[in-house]
Design a protein around this ligand. Structure first.
Ligand SMILES: Cc1cc2nc3c(=O)[nH]c(=O)nc-3n(C[C@H](O)[C@H](O)[C@H](O)COP(=O)(O)O)c2cc1C
Length: 173
């Protein structure tokens, strides 16, 4: 980057301003051999209906992503308002092997973990990975998906992230 490309803001302001964009919270899961792996991801998005594609942006240096990429597939678990503890647990560093302790899950068709009582899950194969600055854009092809699967017919409320804190959703319109 040349001097003339230097931004007029610092990384703190970048984080603060971008933190004003609310997101849902997901755990992107996968398998590292026989071990479940996963991390908290807010940058999940729907990309294309036909073909069915979704995407998210992990840090390029993420060891969890490295393991998931090796397996060739991942599952996106959309967290419910009752799963705030999982959001923080799967975002902490140096606890990778403990993240699934006390977490009930079963394998999707790709083998990636579906976390019990998530609002929705989207099981994908990895279609493409693009380098984007210090992050990667991972494009996934959806092979199976389900919403409200184990909530006894009562749609659960999603978990939301805004300005560094977690909250719930209230319908107003
Ligand atoms: C609500 C929330 C959303 C997050 N979204 C992302 C994201 O989209 N991309 C990313 O790289 N990290 C994101 N993180 C941070 C990662 O979860 C965190 O860096 C985690 O330690 C990554 O796992 P790893 O160290 O095993 O790679 C988010 C954290 C939180 C709390």
């Amino acid at each position: 980057m040349s001097d003339s490309d230097d931004p007029i803001f610092d990384s703190k302001q970048f984080r603060t301003v971008l933190g004003h964009f609310p997101t849902g919270v997901t755990i992107v899961s996968g398998m590292d051999g026989d071990s479940p792996v996963g991390f908290t991801i807010g940058s999940f998005t729907s990309v294309s209906l036909d073909p069915p594609l979704v995407g998210f942006l992990p840090m390029a240096s993420s060891a969890t992503w490295e393991a998931i990429e090796r397996s060739g597939s991942f599952c996106v678990n959309v967290l419910s308002r009752d799963q705030a503890d999982l959001c923080w647990k799967f975002a902490k560093s140096d606890n990778e092997s403990d993240r699934y302790d006390d977490v009930a899950w079963h394998p999707a068709s790709t083998g990636s973990p579906i976390i019990d009582r998530a609002v929705a899950w989207i099981d994908c194969t990895i279609e493409q990975v693009y380098e984007m600055g210090d992050h990667l854009f991972v494009l996934g092809r959806v092979v199976a998906l389900e919403a409200d699967a184990d909530h006894d017919g009562n749609g659960p409320f999603p978990l939301l992230f805004f300005k560094g804190t977690l909250g719930g959703f209230a319908a107003e319109g």
